[in-house]
Design a protein around this ligand. Structure first.
Ligand code: GLN
Length: 312
């Protein structure tokens, strides 16, 4: 069978996803996200040689939410190296993204850096020795640098919306603080966390930002070495096992790629050695992962033979 043409596949997926009726539900627990138009869908693929293939609403900026956790983990590993693993584990949780139950049994140490508790602990590490504004500026500049675009911004309305309603995250942070896992004042840590979740980007920008993970830590567009090959492999391993919370097994089963989702409806997926892919559709499934985003990636990997578990 001749290899499928990526442009055709992306165009077909975009057309099908725009037309489907089953779109999932927007995240209403952050009221500002509840206002996003459910009909939108976008996909962007950046290959190793820099070729960009896009479809759907690719100029729309969306709230990356928990996809930011891949980048805060990358920054924290750069700052603290393996000390990160003293305060956060590397095991899938099998629980919802905002669950508190396992924290009690594991002395306040979150199971992994991609659930809310783990990402809050990672944010605390990045914040240490800085003012919240400096830490946030560093995270935003990192995203702008990786995507090569200064228009990446923090959506203040989304951050304020979560700041008003983030009682569950406050509980997680205070609970960890009680175990001595959080060093800085809880409200500072949460302020930085809510704002980095509120980073807004297009699919093209997100795919570019994740490109280093597809190419052994090096961004092929700039030649810049962001992390070592070993670190890139390990971040991908965590994305595969933990990137979709209690839907991680299902995502690996259906899509077969390392991926990280956010409740804004974005997913970053990595095709090692080949491409970085970002999809966005704001409707979520029961685990809080983009419903059509996952279906689109499943079709993409099937058609292109891109599953890491073997191709036709
Ligand atoms: N900011 C969101 C929260 O803390 C991120 C969750 C997500 O994207 N899964 O609830």
């Amino acid at each position: 069978m001749p290899a499928a043409n990526l442009q055709d596949v992306v165009a077909e997926i975009a057309a099908e996803m725009k037309a489907r009726d089953d779109r999932g539900d927007v995240a209403t627990y952050i009221p500002e996200l509840g206002r996003v138009d459910l009909q939108q869908f976008a996909i962007a693929v950046i290959e190793k040689d820099g070729t960009l293939t896009e479809g759907g609403d690719c100029d729309s900026f969306f709230s990356i939410q928990s996809v930011s956790k891949v980048f805060t983990l990358t920054l924290a590993l750069g700052l603290a190296g393996d000390r990160v693993w003293n305060r956060v584990g590397r095991e899938p949780s099998g629980s919802r993204f905002n669950s508190i139950v396992q924290l009690e049994y594991e002395k306040g140490i979150p199971r992994n850096p991609f659930i809310n508790a783990g990402a809050i602990a990672v944010t605390d590490l990045i914040l240490s020795g800085h003012q919240p504004r400096e830490a946030l500026g560093e995270i935003l500049r990192f995203m702008q640098f990786l995507s090569g675009e200064d228009s990446v911004y923090i959506d203040k309305a989304v951050a304020a919306s979560e700041e008003r309603t983030g009682f569950n995250n406050r509980a997680l942070a205070n609970f960890m603080k009680g175990f001595g896992v959080i060093d800085n004042p809880v409200e500072y840590v949460l302020g930085v966390y809510f704002h980095h979740c509120a980073i807004a980007m297009t699919c093209r920008q997100l795919a570019k930002a994740g490109s280093f993970l597809a190419h052994l830590g090096q961004n092929p567009a700039t030649g810049h070495s962001v992390v070592t090959p070993e670190r890139a492999r390990r971040i991908n391993a965590l994305m595969l096992t933990c990137g979709h919370y209690d839907g991680s097994g299902e995502f690996a089963y259906r899509v077969g790629l390392p991926g990280k989702s956010g409740v804004g409806g974005g997913i970053l997926a990595i095709v090692p050695g080949k491409a970085s892919v970002a999809v966005w559709s704001p409707g979520l499934d029961a685990s809080g992962n983009s419903h059509l985003g996952r279906i689109a990636l499943e079709k993409l990997t099937a058609r292109m033979g891109w599953s890491i578990f073997g191709s036709p």
